[in-house]
Design a protein around this ligand. Structure first.
Ligand SMILES: Nc1nc2c(c(=O)[nH]1)N[C@H]1C(S)=C(S)[C@@H](COP(=O)(O)OP(=O)(O)OC[C@H]3O[C@@H](n4cnc5c(=O)[nH]c(N)nc54)[C@H](O)[C@@H]3O)O[C@H]1N2
Ligand SMILES: Nc1nc2c(c(=O)[nH]1)N[C@H]1C(S)=C(S)[C@@H](COP(=O)(O)OP(=O)(O)OC[C@H]3O[C@@H](n4cnc5c(=O)[nH]c(N)nc54)[C@H](O)[C@@H]3O)O[C@H]1N2
Ligand code: SF4
Ligand SMILES: [Mo]
Length: 764
């Protein structure tokens, strides 16, 4: 997998989808990519330190590490290794690079090309009307941004976007800056990711986070993996599931695609994994229709209630229901009414498969449901999660060992950023604590999320955009409209490690503010610093960069935010920004006084492995208005797919990290050397009069009269469930209408885009 600086040529090869994940090829692929980016010495340094107790937290996904004593010498996966070495690359983007290329020319390059140019090295500015970025000093750059912010008619004309890579300390300072400036406009990548989980769990359990630990996963009797592709996106989750199975537990996979990692797993760090056949992961695979998960859990709930009727007192956990919950009677009445015809139509499963699944449920005392984007990014993502909670609560599978809810988070610190207050709707209790600590009154009215931020920019209601980490313009839906929106801003600024599309699609004035990555050593006035992160299971721990920084001109994210805050707000004795920059422990002291669960933060995070935030749910305490967990009634619903159409999901390939792809391959699905492919079930292809390898355009069907078209995709006949299709993000973001969002959470419906396949206009 050699990664040249130029784009690889498009030359689609298809091999049968793999029925296993990882093992030796995975290790080899990771090393090839790493050695291509940087020296063996830097590769060794990153890999020896990644996920070690005194080391660098993997900048990849949010899957937790085992306790320090139980960690492997190599506690990382193929994608973590690729990912950290993409950051540790020896390639550099210099001022000469920006002199050579106009911004228009850069905008014509692929996401791959932009990323492959290497690490950003100094601040750059595009002045109004300019064709090129030019160098600018830090003071001038931050001064310019501060002046534009101060010129706004209202603080609500500013947007502060955060991506889940950002560490806790910088995230805390950024939300403080935004609120002290006067706005709650803190859109984040979570708005497009697990937002439905936050709402679904918040409403029912009172806390929008998962309730299980890694030990619970290992100890569970039955684990559901719903709408998630761990072999690619959370590879070390497979080691955990392997352990579940060794302990006698079972795993069921619910997916529209038969993903390799769900079928069979070879542990790459063990001789058995490299050489042997590996462990079959899924005991049952439910090849569900897109958006059918709500119906599946409704079916299980109906079956539970009927089984209780037949053998009263043996199926449901009456004690839990009576003492800990409300709403059971209404739920039970509602759940009995769901019709089998509807269930079978929505899921595409047969009665026997659902019955077999139900038998496993009955045989299991401890059940965990894990899910990711295949659930959250649907119109009815929130009701689906509420129904999952109903299912678990009916048998008391919340808050006891080996049981619970497990929304598997994406970015390494996406959960931590939320805990630190990066949310446009933080509760008043948090705002009050923040205001008390720093002596000001934070604005109470809610801010804008990602989708509403785009609307505001498009309509001229937001004029200055600051993105800290991430690639807003590529991650968001409706690419053409979003690009128009960004270009209408007076100023766009991005704190970034690598070049991306958000630097080429920019406002009248634009700033690139290059920063240290996780792997870079961070030295400030008081000495070497570390930062902290929170994983998907609420474990908070330190991360220490080990490599010499990519350039002497980089500032840390904390330093950039602190200096910007001083330029915007002036020096205020109540907020010692300079001290925060000099010594991050002083930020943690403040966090410990503002954010619940962080008492004595500095001392507790000094312990190798850090500490786990308390989850009240695990103590039988539900912080809902009634103090009890809430059963809900969720109306049956399923996506409507008119004849001649397909429901498109936009998903990740194996060789990509969100908006950035590392190679045009998706090894486990058997796709090589191409990304403009659309995977469609052979029977659907026959009905549509299409054949394998036909060249088509994907045309989005939406009611606002705007044409949304993605051109030149090769059709690949693939076991995608009937009526659905799959193609890679971000190339297909152009198809996701801005107004097509999940009910309640406003999360773009990236897994439910109604499309038509037309013979391609693209004659290339
Ligand atoms: N290597 C790598 N790792 C990553 C990322 C990355 O880009 N690359 N991104 C990170 C981030 S931010 C996130 S949020 C996570 C995302 O992790 P995932 O959620 O695993 O990511 P997706 O590729 O979006 O895959 C969605 C999965 O849901 C399935 N699916 C789609 N629709 C449905 C449905 O209606 N029902 C069911 N049951 N299944 C469905 C798809 O077939 C696919 O397996 O990964 C994180 N980890
Ligand atoms: N169609 C469709 N759209 C989606 C999704 C989907 O499944 N389908 N998934 C959604 C999801 S789940 C998510 S989370 C979002 C992701 O959205 P984002 O988080 O905004 O996107 P990323 O691609 O992760 O951002 C990559 C950029 O982050 C910068 N970066 C990397 N490391 C660092 C660092 O340490 N510090 C700083 N300051 N910058 C850094 C680099 O410059 C890099 O170019 O996309 C969403 N969009
Ligand atoms: S599973 Fe996630 S956190 Fe762990 S090494 Fe892989 S990418 Fe990194
Ligand atoms: Mo995500």
């Amino acid at each position: 997998m050699s990664s040249s600086i130029e784009d690889p040529t498009d030359d689609l090869k298809v091999t049968p989808p793999k029925t296993w994940a990882t093992g030796l090829p995975a290790v080899t692929h990771a090393l090839e990519y790493s050695l291509d980016q940087t020296s063996p010495r830097r590769t060794a340094l990153t890999l020896l330190n990644i996920n070690q107790p005194q080391g660098i937290d993997c900048p990849g996904c949010a899957w937790p590490e085992p306790a320090p004593g139980k960690r492997h010498k190599n506690e990382y996966c193929e994608n973590g290794a690729k990912h950290i070495n993409d950051e540790a690359t020896s390639r550099r983007v210099t001022r000469e690079f920006f002199r050579e290329h106009t911004i228009a020319e850069l905008d014509g390059k692929s996401d791959y090309w932009l990323n492959q140019q290497g690490r950003l090295t100094e601040p750059m500015v595009k002045r109004p009307g300019a064709t090129h970025y030019e160098p600018i000093g830090w003071d001038e750059a931050l001064g310019l941004l501060a002046d534009e912010l101060k010129r706004l008619d209202s603080p609500d004309e500013a947007l502060f976007y955060v991506s889940g890579r950002l560490n806790n300390e910088a995230a805390f300072l950024l939300q403080l800056l935004a609120r002290a400036f006067g706005t709650n406009n803190l859109p984040d990548c979570s708005n497009m990711c697990h937002e439905s989980s936050g709402f679904g769990l918040g409403e029912t359990l009172g806390i929008g986070k998962g309730s299980v630990s890694l030990d619970d996963i290992h100890d569970s009797d039955l684990i559901f993996v719903v709408g998630q592709n761990p072999g690619t996106n959370h590879p070390r989750m497979l080691s955990a599931l392997e352990e579940t199975k060794r302990n006698g537990g079972q795993v069921v996979a619910v997916n529209t695609l038969p993903e390799a990692g769900l079928m069979r797993f070879k542990h790459p760090q063990k001789a058995r994994g490299i050489l042997g056949r590996g462990t079959a992961i899924a005991d049952q695979f439910l090849h569900i229709r897109a958006g059918g998960d709500l119906a599946l859990f409704q079916a299980l709930n109906r079956l539970l209630l009927e089984a209780e009727d037949t053998a009263p007192g043996t199926i449901l956990d009456h004690e839990f229901i009576r003492t800990r919950t409300t709403g059971f009677a209404d739920f039970a009445e509602h759940a009995r009414k769901v019709a089998w015809d509807d269930i079978l139509a929505a899921t595409g499963l047969d009665r026997g498969e659902i019955q077999a699944l139900f038998e496993r449920v009955l045989a299991s005392r401890k059940i965990i449901v894990c899910w990711a984007m295949g659930v959250t990014q649907h119109k009815h993502g929130v009701p689906t999660i509420r129904e999952i909670v109903n299912f678990l609560m009916a048998r008391g599978n919340i808050g006891r060992p080996g049981a619970g809810v497990c929304p598997v988070r994406g970015h390494s610190n996406v959960q931590g950023d939320r805990t630190m207050g990066v949310w446009e709707q933080m509760p008043q209790s948090f705002l009050d604590a923040l205001g008390r600590e720093f002596g000001f009154t934070p604005p109470a009215h809610h801010g804008l999320d990602a989708v509403n931020s785009i609307r505001a920019m498009h309509e001229g209601r937001a004029k200055v955009f600051l993105g800290v980490a991430g690639n807003f313009v590529r991650a968001t839906p409706d690419s053409e409209l979003t690009e128009e929106a960004m270009r209408r801003c007076r100023l766009t600024a991005h704190v970034s490690t690598k070049l991306n599309r958000s630097h080429t699609v920019c406002g009248e004035t634009a700033l690139i503010l290059p920063t240290l990555g996780r792997s870079d050593r961070d030295v400030q006035a008081s000495g070497e610093q570390f930062v902290t992160v929170e994983d998907s299971m609420s474990e908070v721990h330190a991360s220490r960069g080990k490599l010499p920084p990519a350039s002497p001109h980089l500032l840390s994210e904390v330093a950039i935010v602190a200096r910007l805050a001083r330029a915007v707000l002036g020096d205020e004795p109540s907020v010692p920004w300079e001290e925060f920059e000099a010594d991050y422990a002083t930020i943690r002291d403040r966090i410990s006084r503002v954010v619940p669960g962080f008492e004595d933060f500095n001392a507790r995070v000094a312990v190798p492995g850090g500490f786990t935030l308390p989850n009240p749910v695990n103590h039988g305490v539900f912080p809902t208005p009634s103090g009890k967990a809430v059963f809900t009634c969720n109306d049956f619903t399923m996506p409507e797919i008119p004849k001649g159409h397909l429901l498109l999901q936009t998903l990740r390939s194996h060789d990509q990290w969100n908006t950035i792809w590392y190679a045009p391959n998706d090894r486990y699905r058997g796709i090589h050397n191409a990304r403009r492919v659309v995977l469609v079930n052979p029977e659907d292809l026959a009905e549509l009069g299409l054949a394998d390898r036909d060249l088509v355009d994907l045309v989005s069907v939406w009611h606002d009269g705007r044409e949304r078209r993605a051109e030149g995709f090769k059709v690949v006949s693939y076991p995608s469930s009937r009526g659905s299709a799959a193609a890679y993000y971000p190339e297909t973001n152009v198809l996701v209408p801005l107004d097509s969002v999940a009910d309640i959470s406003n999360c773009p419906t990236s897994k439910g885009v109604l499309v038509r396949l037309e013979p391609s206009r693209d004659t290339a």
